[in-house]
Design a protein around this ligand. Structure first.
Ligand SMILES: Cc1ncc(COP(=O)(O)O)c(C=O)c1O
Length: 307
């Protein structure tokens, strides 16, 4: 490998060793923290930029704009600075300080929107989107627009193929939380193309069950549960939607760190919690995959590991 961009993807997968749950089968965790900025979003950031370059909608000298909770923003900042594009990111004060610091350290110009009560809500996400939209009207500006950009799925299809290769296609279910839905759509597309009949389970916070019950709410699981159904979410590719309590997801993130040495964020804890529940349902011979979306290092200041 000669280029840091070649280190995106091909992340390891590990089997949980210490689960003490009756009737639970094997749980495999895909470690996306191994990507250069510590999250799975490097995959889609690269796809959004390189597909736009190929189409000619992004050219030398242009600026890029995006709204982000921090993961996509860091991935884009990393790629834009390598490729020489100026990047403007709109984020909000509900996301971890580490994520905002990372976006800035990688060269992005970051604008922070104030939330009403420190929670992630549909209204706050819409404010971020509207501001990015406003900036996108400036000349020579390319809006990656992650919630409407199909290249996001393209970026995550290899993640699905990697899981299939790593587990020899022998998978009963895969669990993943939904933000843009890019990851779960990418995995589902790869599984479908490969003829794998594993169940694809979407996971969302209990307090904002938009996909399962059509109800929006508020929570602090960064990157997921936006309070509306994302445009690229195709329910035909999803076998089931389950909800997980945020407090349980947080406990599982702490357990993963202490018992398994897997240091990941809240959405990852939610995926592992969902995988354990699904595995118990499918029985002790089942093999279930959870995506560990990013590194726990991004959640130190928000207190995920404090108790
Ligand atoms: C930490 C984290 N987990 C999960 C997700 C959801 O992934 P996706 O947008 O592919 O649905 C995101 C999205 O930003 C995220 O930042």
């Amino acid at each position: 490998m000669t280029n840091i961009l070649d280190t995106i993807g091909n992340t390891p997968i590990v089997k949980l060793q210490k689960i003490d749950e009756r009737g639970c089968g094997e749980i495999y965790v895909k470690l996306e923290a191994y990507n250069p900025t510590g999250s799975k979003k490097d995959r889609m950031a690269l796809a959004m930029i390189e597909e736009a370059e190929k189409r000619g909608s992004l050219k030398k000298g242009m600026s890029v704009v995006e709204y982000s909770g921090g993961s996509t923003g860091a991935g884009l900042a990393f790629i834009c600075s390598l490729k020489g594009y100026k990047l403007r990111l709109i984020t909000a004060d509900v996301f971890g300080k580490e994520k905002i610091g990372l976006m800035k350290s990688l060269g992005a110009d970051v604008e922070i929107i104030k939330s009403e009560d420190g929670k992630i809500t549909k209204e706050l996400i819409n404010k971020m989107i509207n501001r990015a939209q406003e900036i996108s009207k400036e000349p020579n500006t390319f809006f990656t627009n992650q919630l409407k950009n199909k290249d996001v799925i393209k970026g995550f299809i290899p993640l699905g193929y990697e899981i299939l290769d790593q587990l020899d296609g022998n998978i009963d279910a895969v669990c993943d939380t939904v933000g843009t839905a890019g990851t779960i759509m990418g995995i589902a597309t790869a599984f479908k193309n490969a003829g794998c009949n594993s169940k694809v389970i979407a996971v969302e916070p209990s307090s904002s069950p938009i996909l399962s019950k059509g109800i929006k709410g508020s929570h602090n699981v960064e990157g997921v549960g936006l309070g509306f159904i994302p445009e690229i979410y195709d329910s035909k590719l999803i076998d089931d939607v389950i909800t997980v309590e945020e407090s349980h997801a947080r406990k599982i993130s702490r357990d993963a760190a202490l018992k398994e040495g897997i240091f990941c964020g809240t959405s990852s804890g939610m995926n592992i919690a969902a995988a354990i529940r699904i595995s118990k349902k499918l029985g002790p011979k089942s093999r279930v995959v959870a995506v560990a979306c990013d590194t726990g290092l991004k959640y130190l200041s928000e207190g995920l590991f404090d108790n």
